[in-house]
Design a protein. Sequence first.
Length: 349
Amino acid sequence: MESFFLTTAAISVVASVIKLIKKDSWWIRFFDFPQWQVVIIGYLALGGLLLTWDFSITWHIIAISVLLVVLIYETTIVYPYTYFAPHESKKAHNTREENEVSLMISNVYMYNNCYDRCLDLIERKDADIVILVETNLKWEEKMRRLEHRYEFRIKYPLDNTYGMLLYSKLELIAPEVKFLIEEDVPSIHTYVKLRNGKRIKLYAVHPKPPSPTQNETSTERDAELYILAKEIEHVSAPVIVAGDLNDVAWSRSTRIFQRISGLLDPRKGRGFFNTFHVKYPVFRWPLDHVFHSGEFCLIHLERLPDIGSDHFPMFIHLAYISDKEDEPLEEPADEGDRKEALEKISAAL
């Protein structure tokens, strides 16, 4: 058993050290993802070694000390997404329907043919706005049943797993499909008119992940997030960003995105809401995100049931309030953040 605990301790330490390397290679950035898994195995190793090791041996004391430092660091990163942390998005109370907006986001997995499961869930949740990513022409055809209830639509199906479909009950104003970094990776930018007449800005995004089969580095993904963040920083309207970011909530890149944009993460203080991978509960992390500006309070946030995809859908219900009340728990972006963002953008363009 001692060798088992030592091995798990080594895994926890090595994973933490690799993650600190400021390189964009996919195999390095992979270690951003299994955050809670690293924390759990690290604490298991710590408990086991405390019970089995002889602390009259100097190197045992040194090894335990190193593991303890790593665990403190890793725990501070994961802590904001536990129930013990403060809420970044305040809970809404006594709201009126005219001030509310609900949104469902789902990476449907392009090769998934469970179209009816997806349709039934959309109709049951009855969100104001539905965003579907990884949608090709077949998915666009199968989703036409929705069009009788969603008057406003933006459809950009693709066969490369980066197509997008957006359906809205609320009026869309000046909608655009943009290609911020890669010519085959669209994002949707549109104003949405709430029932109270207020215009908000909605961004639907799905950048490519760093992986040996997609992009070998995270540069393009990070650059797309930073371009969005820099634009949002200067948008005067309330903002919602939704999509599969192919990044986790606690990564350096997502945190810089949040610091520059000033957006709030409704998961903080409420849980991880791990959406990928559906089939492997032990290896799940939060890839599907909704961020919002401080003009909104949270009514409800939910991870939805399996629709046959490798991702769970997400549902969020927000209430618009008259003034920006909340500020991110993250510190504002500093010069280092802005310099890193500009370097990534320059490298990707």
